[in-house]
Write a protein of this length. Structure first.
Length: 183
């Protein structure tokens, strides 16, 4: 065995220390590395949080634009349908006038046929007539044209007659009903 000099440092096993072999003791550089690791971990957590937030915002944006696109498609025809409602009203008035006449002529049948075709075509596009007569007056759906004395107590505050029909387009009001309310 080799002899060791007194000034030479040795390991617990009696072997001399070499520059390549260093004890695995935590030193100031290890502590600094731990703070760097903690800092990097906190930055990673922040980055993950930001990513999740941005991802969820983008997902919400996609859902919102899809919903808006569907709403736009549902109501895209609203202006055209709204412009056809007076024609539908005129057909209804014409049929009422022909019913009052009492005759059953081919002209009345032709007008009724055209009215039903127009009405059915608009209903296929999502148009629905508002039922107002006998219902409670609702400011969200009805526009009161006038008030008249109610024929009985049950009709007070209710719609007695309709001057102009109201319509929904895909469950959205596109024209309020002009009604006569009993007081």
């Amino acid at each position: 065995m080799e002899e060791h000099h007194d000034n030479e440092e040795v390991t617990a096993a009696g072997e001399p220390f070499s520059p390549e072999i260093t004890p695995n003791l935590p030193g100031p550089e290890v502590i600094a590395d731990e703070t760097v690791v903690e800092k990097l971990q906190s930055e990673l957590a922040e980055t993950r949080d930001k990513f999740l937030r941005i991802y969820s915002e983008f997902d919400n944006y996609k859902k919102r634009t899809q919903r808006e696109r569907l709403d736009l498609l549902k109501t895209a025809n609203a202006e055209v349908i709204l412009s056809l409602l007076p024609v539908l009203d005129d057909f209804e008035r014409a049929l009422k006038a022909m019913d009052a006449d009492g005759s059953d002529n081919p002209l009345k049948s032709g007008v009724a046929l055209i009215y039903h075709k127009l009405k059915n075509g608009l209903e296929q596009k999502g148009l629905k007539k508002m039922i107002s007569i006998g219902e409670e007056f609702n400011v969200d759906q009805h526009e009161a044209v006038t008030n008249i004395p109610a024929p009985n107590e049950k009709l007070k505050g209710k719609v007695i007659d309709e001057a102009e029909s109201g319509y929904f387009l895909n469950d959205k009001i596109i024209r309020h009903a002009k009604v006569i309310v009993g007081i």
